[in-house]
Design a binder for this molecule. Sequence first.
Ligand code: ATP
Ligand code: MG
Length: 174
Amino acid sequence: MRGLIIGRFQPFHLGHLEAVKWILTQVDELVVAIGSANVALTFRNPFTVGERIEMITRVLKTEGLLERVHICVVPDTGDMHTVWPAHLRHWCPHFDVVYTNDLLTRLCLEYANIPYRGIPFFKREEYSGTLIRMLMARGSNRWRKLVHSEVSAFIDEIGGVERVKKLAQIESVI
Ligand code: ATP
Ligand code: MG
């Protein structure tokens, strides 16, 4: 049995890691599908798909999970939500069931009769991409505790915080 988790992972945080570990107690193998793969250098999607592949690979390798996980990328279909499930099938290795808490993702999957299941939320008030990007933009170091040390090291290597700050300025987010 193979599950799939779809997310933008901007960035990959400890909630995602807990979700991956939990799903791997339910299925034999997991596909980690990186959504909005075509989008980068925006405040909501600051990291490129290549950077996201690298952070996820580094974490899963360190945690010894890579053997049971496949990583793939899924570009957006814009407003054509009806074709998105076929698009997901096109871009991903075979999967039997999708794990998602996202309501629009669930609606799209229901439309195409693709089975999905929920994921228990892990410390959702803290483990949130939106919160992490906001903390970076505000110059707070609190985000470091919300991601794996491999992710904070990688973000430092690529100057990720400076990038997020500039994007917040450009888009008048703060
Ligand atoms: P953003 O705030 O940018 O939307 P996010 O934290 O929701 O980021 P996504 O990449 O959008 O992260 O989420 C991918 C998947 O992981 C979604 O199904 C989402 O509901 C789930 N997820 C996100 N945070 C957690 C968490 N803390 N615990 C369990 N699942 C989570
Ligand atoms: Mg989300």
